[in-house]
Ligand binder design. Structure first.
Ligand SMILES: Nc1ncnc2c1ncn2[C@@H]1O[C@H](COP(=O)(O)OP(=O)(O)OP(=O)(O)O)[C@@H](O)[C@H]1O
Ligand SMILES: [Mg+2]
Length: 292
């Protein structure tokens, strides 16, 4: 059996170790100033009382790529993204954003950096329409009056850019939208704030086949615009359809982080359930069968 794969690390003055054993190209293993990562976490540790929800996590997220964050229930996925979104502050570790150390002390700091999070419950208001939701708390005004025309125009434009075509009217109440359409509105809201990284917690968990396809297409559109997408999912079919990079958390530790090509479904399940990386599909399959 192979040893666990080290997370990607960069060579360079601030490097914590050698270039990745998981297929990182030479050009990617550059100095910190030329880092290919938009976000890097170094040694992030988060405790809730006696529970260490995250232990020494080194995660890497690149612009224009989809990074899937995988892990079993309680592995620490939501805690990690809440640290990135400024909801939790880690006890230890460092965040490097676009090459610079940052402290994300609150949600406003996160949005100021260009980090937008789409939570599973989406935080949309059913009794407001699409435009009102997209501008909630950040309404445009003209002479102290709401600038409805500009907001409508921007909302329509953003939805069109994301190829969201199934919404009948942008004045439709969000409560009347399907799950996929709601997800699209939440993503459009994030994109409209000039997001550089969009984090999505289980975006397809409650969706049917067609709506899931729509959300996956939305994720691809974000990627094609150079946005970094960090997506939590328990659905490996979805993950393998869109991910460029996979990171697996196991009991609060980053078990493995590698390009998607280093995994197949068996080795991903193996990593999620054991915290170890097994690149030999036959070995991984034996373990997966034993677990099942
Ligand atoms: N606010 C909190 N207070 C105390 N413990 C917490 C809190 N949030 C998370 N935890 C604990 O931290 C650990 C990681 O939880 P987290 O919600 O990050 O897991 P997860 O990977 O998102 O799981 P799931 O797939 O079920 O959503 C768990 O043991 C959980 O009980
Ligand atoms: Mg969670």
């Amino acid at each position: 059996m192979n040893p666990p794969v080290d997370p990607h690390v960069e060579a360079g003055p601030s490097s914590a170790g050698p270039a990745s054993a998981a297929g990182l190209s030479d050009s990617a293993a550059t100095s910190a100033s030329q880092s290919r990562w938009l976000l890097e976490t170094r040694g992030i540790t988060k405790r809730f009382g006696a529970v260490e929800a995250l232990s020494d996590v080194n995660l890497h997220v690149a612009p224009g790529e989809v990074t899937a964050l995988l892990g079993d229930n309680g592995a620490g996925k939501s805690t990690l993204i809440k640290c990135l979104a400024g909801i939790h502050e880690p006890e230890d570790g460092q965040m490097i954003w676009d090459g610079n150390p940052v402290r994300i002390r609150g949600p406003k700091v996160a949005t100021g950096l260009g980090i937008e999070t789409v939570y599973q419950d989406l935080a949309l208001c059913d009794n407001l329409d699409i435009v009102q939701n997209m501008f909630l708390g950040r309404e445009l005004t003209n002479n102290r009056l709401l600038d409805e025309d500009s907001m409508e125009k921007q909302a329509r434009q953003t939805l069109a850019e994301l190829s969201v075509t199934t919404v009948r009217s942008i004045r439709q109440l969000v409560g009347s939208l399907s799950g996929g359409q709601r997800q699209a509105v939440a993503v459009a809201k994030a994109v409209m704030q000039n997001a550089r990284m969009v984090i999505m917690d289980e975006p397809t968990a409650a969706l049917g086949v067609a709506q899931t396809a729509m959300v996956l297409e939305l994720i691809r559109t974000l990627r094609s615009r150079g946005i970094a997408v960090l997506v939590i999912s328990h659905n490996l079919n979805d993950v393998f359809k869109v991910a460029d990079h996979i990171a697996v958390l196991y009991l609060g530790r980053l078990a493995v982080e590698a390009p998607v090509g280093a995994f197949d479904q068996q080795s991903a399940v193996y990593a999620i359930t054991t915290g170890r990386f097994e690149s030999d599909p036959i070995e991984a399959s034996k373990t997966v069968q034993a677990i099942e």
